[in-house]
Unconditional design. Structure first.
Length: 590
């Protein structure tokens, strides 16, 4: 069984894989009945000590399960990685990447210093030893080849795979440094090693061969000239497929049974989860979300609580709340709506502070779930066994490329067949960045190696590839800044038209990536995309480290779009599907 990170539940492909999370929650299994009752935030406010004790037991059980799993997993991990890799086409893809990388990029990252020959020789031995059927035929040859190669390969041994891993764009150099190093044993090179050796051997034979007769030499020169001519004559070359070299598993921290764990466990339990379903990634994410909203919470919530908790609101209190909400970039429209609802309720009955806060939470949740009063399916997941195309748009620097990398990682973990189209052709480095993310998440990237190529052409090629290989999720990177608004709109509209035409029956979503730290300014910039890209949702990034977490409410109120994902960090694990419940709990956590 695979945990579907988009649906936040276990997927069982053999049964109905499209079951909605909400359905699961509304029909608790027998096992679920033993956990603390599922509570609305209002009910949580009146929780008895007994319920608190239940949550504690629930958290302890979840903690023990995670610990048990951690003891088992280290052994399983390398095998999982090894089976994920398409090994046969590695050398070509890696060489192409190196050949095309701008020189300065290639030198950004120190080349891996590991001696190649002993590693390859070992690998060959392992490969032949493991395969008793081919051993009699291959073993003597590979042994000879290994011996022969080891005489001269220290400088000539192809280094492409390592260099391809070490070629990130300058802008991503710091991210790469933070990423865990790719352990050599996680790169499954066994079959590749044999091929590489054979090629190298042939090359060495040809260089040592006797000089060619003049007529053969002339013919060889002619062929070489022809090749050179062809190379310079063709501007738009075939789409390039960057094959992932290895999936980087982000190291998860040791988990402590602390206050953050208890809070996360309570949030998960309240959503109907069982202790045996809880993973370290989810706890880590919730802790990060709460931590990410820390600044907003500190500047907004404590004062808000103090005011709301005083009882029926008077005019002064309303003004104070208004100022606080505007400060947190909640925006005028959303602030008015919150205050109207609060006043109405508090005029009807004087709620004790806890209940007033619980009521405030329910107002915020309702706003987030129903932009402009319209209901959206809370689950936003690619449909299995169908082509889903997600167009990722937004201004430069909002976090589009990072989001694509993180989404690709979620898709890989949830066992979707995923592909990335590098259609931000406006900036050459953008293509290189997205390739690096493709490598990190283990997802192939379709790009066009030419300069200033047409993004619609890249998307066209990528859809063709996706259709022929049964891709379930195609993520399309797009440019965020063109010379003017009209260019941007024209380009996005053209890309959208191509998608509609070539993949008419695909599930198409258009997501706007918004930088939360920009607050209201970011929203103004976003309006151009509303017109051009037929947006269906928002990804809110950089929620960590901003006191403007309230922007989430402004987004739904002003753009009328649901938030689908939130990012709270630069790491590959720092993006999750948006849950209004979790967001509001983190925002107003005690
Ligand atoms: N702190 C934090 N940084 C983020 C987050 N998401 C992205 N970033 C950082 O924001 C910067 C810009 O991200 P990109 O993904 O390159 O943005 P982009 O929209 O693709 O920008 P262009 O490639 O210039 O179009 C990078 O340094 C990212 O690491 C986030 O959730 N939190």
């Amino acid at each position: 069984m695979v945990f579907n990170w988009f649906r936040r539940q276990f997927d069982d492909r053999s049964e109905n894989s499209q079951v909605d999370q909400t359905e699961t929650i509304s029909e608790p299994s027998e096992a679920e009945q033993s956990k603390p009752e599922q509570s609305e935030p209002e009910a949580a406010a009146t929780a008895t000590e007994e319920v608190a004790e239940d949550y504690l037991n629930w958290a302890k059980a979840a903690y023990q399960n995670i610990q048990k799993r951690q003891q088992v997993e280290p052994e399983a991990a390398p095998e999982e990685l090894a089976t994920e890799e398409p090994a046969t086409e590695e050398p070509a893809a890696a060489e192409e990447l190196v050949a095309e990388a701008p020189e300065e990029l290639a030198t950004e990252e120190p080349v891996a210093e590991e001696p190649k020959v002993p590693e390859v020789a070992e690998t060959v031995e392992e490969a032949t030893a493991e395969d008793p059927i081919v051993e009699p035929a291959i073993a003597p040859t590979t042994a000879e080849v290994t011996a022969e190669v080891s005489e001269f390969t220290p400088t000539e041994q192809p280094e492409a795979p390592e260099e391809a891993i070490a070629e990130p764009a300058a802008a991503l150099a710091s991210e790469e440094a933070e990423a865990p190093a790719i352990a050599p044993e996680t790169i499954p090179v066994e079959p590749l090693a044999v091929e590489t050796l054979e090629v190298t051997t042939k090359a060495s034979e040809s260089t040592e061969a006797a000089p060619l007769p003049f007529w053969a030499q002339a013919e060889a020169d002619r062929q070489a000239r022809l090749e050179r001519l062809k190379a310079t004559a063709i501007e738009e070359s075939e789409p390039e497929v960057a094959h992932p070299t290895a999936t980087v598993q982000e190291a998860l921290p040791e988990i402590a049974f602390d206050e953050g764990f208890l809070w996360s466990a309570e949030v998960l339990a309240a959503q109907g989860r069982r202790p045996d379903q809880i993973s370290i990634e989810e706890i880590t994410w919730l802790k990060r979300l709460r931590q990410g909203l820390d600044k907003t919470r500190r500047s907004l919530v404590n004062q808000l609580k103090a005011i709301v908790g005083q009882g029926p609101l008077n005019q002064d209190a309303v003004e104070e709340i208004e100022a606080l909400l505007l400060q947190a970039d909640v925006g005028v429209a959303a602030t008015d709506r919150i205050i109207d609802s609060l006043q109405k309720k508090l005029r009807e009955e004087a709620l004790p502070p806890d209940q007033a806060i619980a009521y405030l939470k329910s107002i915020l949740r309702d706003m987030l779930d129903r932009p402009l009063g319209q209901s959206y399916n809370p689950t936003f997941a690619p449909e299995k066994d169908a082509l889903n195309i997600w167009l990722i748009t937004g201004v430069n620097g909002a976090g589009k490329t990072t989001t694509i990398g993180k989404l690709a990682h979620l898709a890989q973990k949830s066992e979707y067949n995923c592909l990335i189209a590098a259609a931000d052709t406006f900036r050459a480095a953008a293509v290189e960045q997205v390739k690096v993310w493709g490598q990190r998440s283990g997802v192939e990237v379709i790009s066009n190696p030419g300069q200033n190529t047409d993004p619609a052409a890249v998307v066209f090629d990528a859809i063709g590839s996706a259709q022929s290989r049964g891709t379930e999720l195609l993520l399309v990177d797009t440019a965020g800044r063109l010379q003017n608004k009209k260019n941007l709109m024209d380009e996005l509209s053209k890309v959208r038209r191509i998608i509609d035409k070539k993949a008419g029956d695909a599930k198409i979503e258009s997501l706007l990536v918004l930088d939360a730290t920009l607050g209201q300014n970011g929203l103004r910039q976003a309006e151009v995309f509303l017109e051009a890209a037929q947006l269906s949702g928002v990804v809110l990034t950089k929620l960590d480290g901003t006191a403007k977490g309230g922007i989430a409410l402004a987004v739904v109120q002003q753009l009328g779009l649901p938030i689908r994902f939130i990012g709270a960090g630069e790491g590959i694990e720092d993006l999750r599907p948006f849950s209004s419940y979790e967001f509001v709990e983190a925002l107003l956590a005690g």
